[in-house]
Unconditional design. Structure first.
Length: 262
């Protein structure tokens, strides 16, 4: 597909949590399809590293780093920095997230609060800050939820609940902001190695192979698998799609019955 077919040429996109894994793949994919991208990460060095890598591959691209903590009161400043650097904003990818384990009966309440703030509240903070800019010409938001939003993983209760909240937030934003020409969707990654967001997809090659055996498509995913779906949801090809969670898991969430002992 060309940038013209996807409708991303000239688009200006802020990607939060873009310094590694899924976020880095999203930023890279969007730039290669003609978008101007602001890469946010709490670690300025990681954001700069991704920007440098993208510019090495696409020398004339418009891609900048806007580091900061979207969950720590800097959302407004980060959005303002992206708008200033890109000359506006008409798309947003809320991709920040952490996984902090613990069973709910013993989970430290500070861990709960931090996980909800980082994984759920940050998406609200950034979306709200971006709203005036997205409303100006119409726009699109994609939030990173998770397969665990609909198929909870024991021992990651705070993460599961936060990502389910991201799914609900996506639906509410779609209903409230649709009249302003803003589409809002979410992706739900399954087992994706190489990212801090979904560490259960990691491990060595042998472990990934064993996990791949229970996935209907017989492999674990890649950050690029998720990035391509984000690309579609931001593009004109998805112009009549809003309020949806697109699970990117190779069919894992549908395969639970096949995993039961017989």
């Amino acid at each position: 597909m060309t940038a013209r077919a996807l409708g991303l040429a000239g688009d200006r996109v802020l990607v939060t949590g873009g310094g590694s894994g899924i976020g880095a793949a999203i930023a890279t994919t969007l730039v290669t399809q003609g978008a101007a991208v602001a890469v946010n990460d709490i670690d300025a060095a990681r954001a700069d590293e991704i920007v440098g890598a993208i510019l090495t591959d696409v020398p004339h691209a418009t891609v900048v780093a806007v580091p900061g903590d979207v969950a720590g009161g800097q959302a407004d400043a980060i959005v303002a920095g992206a708008v200033s650097a890109l000359g506006g904003l008409n798309a947003l990818v809320n991709n920040v997230g952490v996984v902090r384990g613990g069973m709910l009966d013993t989970l430290d309440r500070d861990v709960w609060d931090a996980t909800i703030t980082i994984d759920l509240s940050s998406a609200f903070y950034v979306s709200q800050a971006a709203f005036p800019h997205l409303r100006e010409h119409g726009g699109a938001i994609v939030n990173t939820s998770s397969l665990t939003a609909i198929a909870p993983a024991p021992g990651a209760g705070a993460y599961n609940v936060a990502k389910a909240g991201v799914m609900s937030l996506t639906q509410h934003l779609a209903v409230e902001w649709g009249p302003h020409g803003i589409r809002v969707n979410a992706v739900g990654p399954g087992l994706i190695p190489g990212t801090r967001l979904t560490p259960t997809g990691g491990g060595d090659a042998a472990l990934r192979a064993r996990r791949g055996e229970v996935v209907p498509l017989r492999r674990v995913g890649t950050p690029e698998d998720v990035a391509d779906v984000v690309l579609f949801l931001l593009s004109d090809l998805a112009r009549y799609v809003t309020g949806q969670l697109v699970v990117v898991d190779g069919g894992l969430g549908l395969a639970i019955q096949t995993l039961l002992p017989v």
